[in-house]
Design a protein around this ligand. Structure first.
Ligand SMILES: Nc1nc2c(ncn2[C@@H]2O[C@H](COP(=O)(O)OP(=O)(O)OP(=O)(O)O)[C@@H](O)[C@H]2O)c(=O)[nH]1
Ligand SMILES: [Mg+2]
Length: 505
């Protein structure tokens, strides 16, 4: 998401934290580099200027330069300023949906992701907040637009307003509001038509709809890949529509991310969500603290744990945890780990959220380690019989040959999987019950605001905690092509225990 920026900044920070003492000159040089890094990431000039102005006096202060770890102090100051720029401390404000029905209007340029995001929001409100949701397309321009929303609604199990062709958007808006009232819906989401450029006709149509529906949320959906244009779009829409928040889509793309960073500072509007994929679950609540952590390469353990919690099958997790507590970890369990990792977005998805992910990613790429390998290993285990999976000792040479043939690999690959399993099982045994509980606690402390108000956030301590955690996990799956850094795949092994532990509380 912010890869290039993260790279640049970690370079600057490495320079700072590597030094015992810092002079004012060191800090100024670092600030210059941070300034360039932000500009290169496409953060608006005015925003960068203000950012550096905020940071400078704090970073060159006596108490910083004289402190024991000046570099880390500077990192913390930058972190706090970044949080401020992105939206400030504190929990992200949710959507205002306290009326019945609450109306959410989606606005934005053509192709910015309004319809997709309408679906994502509807799914989220339905599943996470148990709301009864109605979606309605007011897009009468693009012939297939209404059909698109209808199909999307069917996919996620959300009702959509019946289509009546030939109606004006204003009339559809009225009909939708009525239908939402009569149908006892908690939330009505209005998906509007977009144009390629801002024009008066589109604006007045949107303003009409806003007047008719008086939405409690008017959200601008903007494509993060369009950079500074997105910021300008937000400004212009806000003049006419009185926006209540922003949603930035395509954050999964390899854009420079700067638009996202400028958005809040320039418009004063809160960023509410990020779109992170084409699928209906590619939506993330925007949390300034977490995003700042990600940008600074501190990883985003909170997102990771949340994602794990939503993807993990509680029943299976509990079973695995119980087995592990007894020191049992068979090939069936390992298979389950692989599947879980894939559900969580595969290795790449996981890595993006881990502290120190940059180095780990590079190391993995260098070793040709990717999700395909994971799939292959899964295929190997799937070629075994149930008994073999439960009791790997059964796997003699002829059985191994059969499995290799069955999964289309060399016998040496099968051996690698078995070796890896042996190592993981060994680690699991060592960790036992105590290790798991400790780890769950460590993750909890790092996640759920365990760092009081972010005030004591010391990036170094966080790194340390994270690497300790990684150390506890069954690290290095050598079978996967030689020493994995930081025991990442082990995370898959660790997480089910976490789920199980949580449930028992
Ligand atoms: N990668 C990625 N693609 C997205 C995201 N959000 C939307 N898309 C894709 O962007 C394209 C356009 O999305 P739509 O939701 O149809 O956009 P729209 O604003 O409704 O477009 P119009 O109705 O034509 O104005 C689709 O191919 C979506 O799959 C996102 O967060 N990430
Ligand atoms: Mg659309």
């Amino acid at each position: 998401m912010f890869d290039a920026l993260t790279d640049r900044l970690s370079g600057v920070f490495d320079g700072l934290t590597g030094k015992g003492a810092l002079s004012e000159k060191d800090v100024s040089a670092a600030l210059r580099e941070i300034r360039v890094a932000l500009l290169e990431a496409d953060v608006a000039l005015e925003v960068v200027r203000k950012f550096i102005e905020d940071v400078r006096p704090k970073a060159v202060g006596e108490n910083v330069i004289r402190s024991v770890k000046p570099g880390q102090q500077v990192v913390k100051i930058v972190h706090d300023a970044l949080v401020e720029m992105l939206g400030g401390e504190g929990e992200p404000e949710g959507l205002r949906i306290d009326n019945v029905p609450s109306i959410i209007m989606m606005a934005g340029l053509q192709g910015s992701g309004k319809t997709t995001t309408t679906g994502k929001l509807a799914k989220r409100l339905k599943e996470k907040e148990r709301k009864k949701v109605l979606v309605a397309s007011l897009d009468v321009r693009r012939p297939a637009a209404m059909e698109q929303l209808k199909v999307l609604g069917e996919q996620i199990g959300v009702d959509s307003l019946p289509i009546i062709t030939g109606q004006l958007p204003q009339d559809i808006a009225k009909r939708a509001v009525n239908a939402a009232k009569l149908g006892g819906y908690d939330v009505l989401i209005l998906d509007t038509a977009g144009r390629t450029t801002l024009d008066e006709q589109m604006m007045s149509e949107a303003a009409d709809i806003a007047r008719i529906a008086s939405p409690s949320e008017t959200l601008l959906v903007a494509d993060a890949l369009t950079g500074q244009d997105a910021v300008e779009t937000a400004r212009r829409f806000d003049e006419r529509l009185k926006l209540t928040g922003l949603i930035l889509t395509r954050m999964d793309g390899d854009g420079r991310g700067g638009a996202a960073l400028s958005m809040r500072a320039v418009t004063g509007l809160p960023i509410k969500f990020l779109g992170t994929g084409e699928k209906s679950d590619g939506l993330e609540v925007f949390d300034a603290r977490r995003i700042a952590g990600r940008i600074l390469g501190q990883g985003d353990i909170v997102s990771l744990v949340e994602k794990a919690a939503s993807e993990i099958d509680e029943e299976k997790a509990k079973k695995t945890a119980e087995k592990m507590a007894k020191g049992v970890f068979d090939l069936e369990d390992m298979l389950e780990q692989f599947k879980q990792m894939q559900r969580m977005g595969g290795l790449q998805g996981l890595m993006g959220m881990m502290p120190g992910a940059k180095q780990a990613k590079a190391a993995m790429a260098a070793q040709g380690m990717d999700d395909k390998v994971l799939k292959r290993q899964e295929a190997i285990i799937l070629s075994m019989t149930r008994q073999e999976r439960a009791k790997p000792a059964l796997l003699n040479a002829s059985r191994r040959r059969r499995i290799a043939a069955g999964s289309g690999v060399e016998v040496s690959e099968v051996n690698k999987v078995l070796k890896m399993h042996k190592q993981m099982a060994g680690m699991m045994k060592k960790m036992g019950k105590g290790g798991m509980a400790k780890m769950a606690k460590a993750m909890g402390a790092m996640g759920a605001g365990g760092l009081p108000g972010g005030q004591s956030m010391d990036p170094a301590a966080m790194q340390e905690a994270a690497s300790k955690m990684a150390g506890k996990l069954p690290g290095g799956m050598p079978g996967l092509g030689g020493g994995m850094p930081g025991g990442l795949p082990g995370l898959g092994g660790g997480l089910p225990g976490l789920g199980g532990g949580k449930k028992k509380k």
